[in-house]
Design a protein. Structure first.
Length: 272
């Protein structure tokens, strides 16, 4: 980040409401606001209409955008109406954010999978902002830039989110985050609360490949990187990349790259 493109985190926090909360700002905030609904529900002014905001909805507001937020009793599938709303919120500004905002048209509200990697960006921003010693504005700015770019990637990856597409995208996130660990199709399906047969169908429909093949693709890409850049024994590469045994790893690696893992290590290091 250069001095000509500044990026400031002005406020970063987490809120959880169990009592009614209303905010009304017809002139909006003075800075950009990124708000992620993590738990429960709320309502906000989106494109001129008070609209429901569900867990997994991220909202983007520019300076001076009208901002109305209502947290009140909501009907839930189980139990009586209650108030329950949690969110991360980042107020920010600077020329880098100005340029990022103007670079493309983004929706005010976007539904995203609440993956640990995405939530982790908000947590890191909050932790860094709360530091009383060794606080680094540059580190906060870098986390903020990564968050903004991750939001753009989410928008690109899911241009037209549907309920079925949302489930498929959450399964894809699960695979990517758990690829180094052993898991079953039942685990992937259970993560989104559907049957294995429906999970297999939705994933294939959304991404044009099977869950098993995508798991192997993710693991093989990790393995290829470790074979090239680490001194790790090949058996250990297979194990740490989620393959149950070296024989299976050897077979799928050769099928994918046209050479054995050992041959690939020799060849790749000759090219580096």
């Amino acid at each position: 980040m250069t001095h000509s493109a500044t990026c400031h985190v002005l406020s970063a926090g987490f809120s959880f409401h169990r009592k009614p909360f209303h905010m009304s700002q017809s002139q909006g905030n003075q800075n950009f606001l990124i708000r992620l609904q993590t738990e429960g529900r709320s309502r906000a002014l989106i494109n001129g209409v008070m609209s429901p905001v569900e867990s997994g909805d991220i909202m983007l507001f520019a300076p001076n955008d009208p901002y109305y937020l209502i947290i009140d009793k909501e009907e839930y599938p189980v139990g009586k109406p209650r108030i329950e709303s949690g969110d991360y919120h980042i107020f920010c500004g600077g020329t880098w954010i100005d340029e990022w905002w103007q670079r493309s048209q983004r929706p005010t509200r976007l539904s995203v999978p609440l993956s640990e990697s995405f939530l982790g960006l908000f947590r890191q921003l909050i932790l860094e902002h709360r530091r009383l010693s060794d606080f680094s504005p540059e580190i906060s700015a870098c986390y903020l830039q990564i968050l903004c770019m991750e939001i753009d990637r989410l928008i690109t990856d899911q241009p037209a989110i549907t309920p079925k597409g949302y489930l498929a995208y959450r399964m894809k996130q699960y695979v990517e985050e758990h690829a180094t660990l052993p898991f079953l199709l039942e685990d992937v399906a259970g993560f989104v609360g559907i049957s294995v047969s429906r999970a297999v169908h939705l994933f294939k429909e959304a991404f044009g490949t099977s869950i098993i093949k995508y798991v192997n693709d993710v693991r093989l890409e990790m393995a290829r990187e470790r074979i090239t850049f680490s001194p790790m024994p090949l058996e250990q590469v297979a194990e740490t990349c989620g393959f149950a045994n070296y024989t299976y790893f050897h077979r799928v690696f050769r099928s994918r790259f046209g050479m054995s893992p050992r041959e690939y290590r020799v060849h790749s290091r000759e090219q580096v």
